[in-house]
Structure formats: C-alpha cells, structure tokens
Write a new protein. Structure first.
Length: 110
C-alpha cells in the first residue's frame, strides 16, 4: 500500500514554503533516523545531518507534547537523535511565522 504523508500543520506548511522561497534544496520530510524506532522528524537536511522540528498542534489550548507521555516521548526522541549525532532545531509555529526559524536554519546551513 502506498504511504501517504500526514497533512502538514500550519507551521510545517509555512516552513516548507519558506524553504522553497529562499531556494533551499527541499528538505526531506517525515524521516525516520533512529533504526528500530517509529520516530520521524518533521524535516531533515542531510547535508548537515540536521533535523528541524516544528512544535505545534494544540488540544484545548495546550500543546499535545508539552506535558505527560507526549513530552516524555519527545525527550526520548531528541535524546536519541543527539546520541546519534543529529543536530535538532526546534521551533514553534510563531517562530516560523516571524521568520526566526528560516533565518536560523539559513545561518546553520551557510
């Protein structure tokens, strides 16, 4: 069966668009970097071994990953990525919309 990627969140869609506007070679999406785990990063820049995570999505005004099991799962994922030598940049949707996220990524990639 064909795997169809999940719909982009507002922050992910905006970041994807910004990457195209500034001429970045399109980053890979929803990449699993840790063998044996189902964790996927939102965006992956292979040339710098760098993942970009757009933190977003809310339930009842709270981030789904700001507390409890979602938060712990994210901590495990980010720690595993760090141990594997992957640089992880995390941004909120507001940081993406303001241009801070794309500016930071461009700074790292230059």
């Amino acid at each position: 069966m064909t795997k169809i990627p999940k719909k982009l969140s507002e922050g992910e869609e905006t970041f994807w668009h910004q990457c195209n506007v500034v001429g970045l070679i399109t980053p890979l999406r929803e990449v699993r970097l840790i063998p044996g785990r189902k964790w996927a990063v939102d965006f992956y820049f292979r040339e710098r071994d760098m993942a970009v995570e757009i933190e977003g999505g809310t339930v009842y005004g709270r981030s789904r990953h700001s507390q409890g099991a979602g938060f712990e799962g994210d901590c495990r994922k980010y720690n595993a990525l760090a141990l594997a030598g992957v640089k992880v940049l995390r941004f909120t949707t507001a940081m993406v919309k303001s241009g801070e996220a794309i500016d930071t990524v461009l700074e790292v990639l230059k």
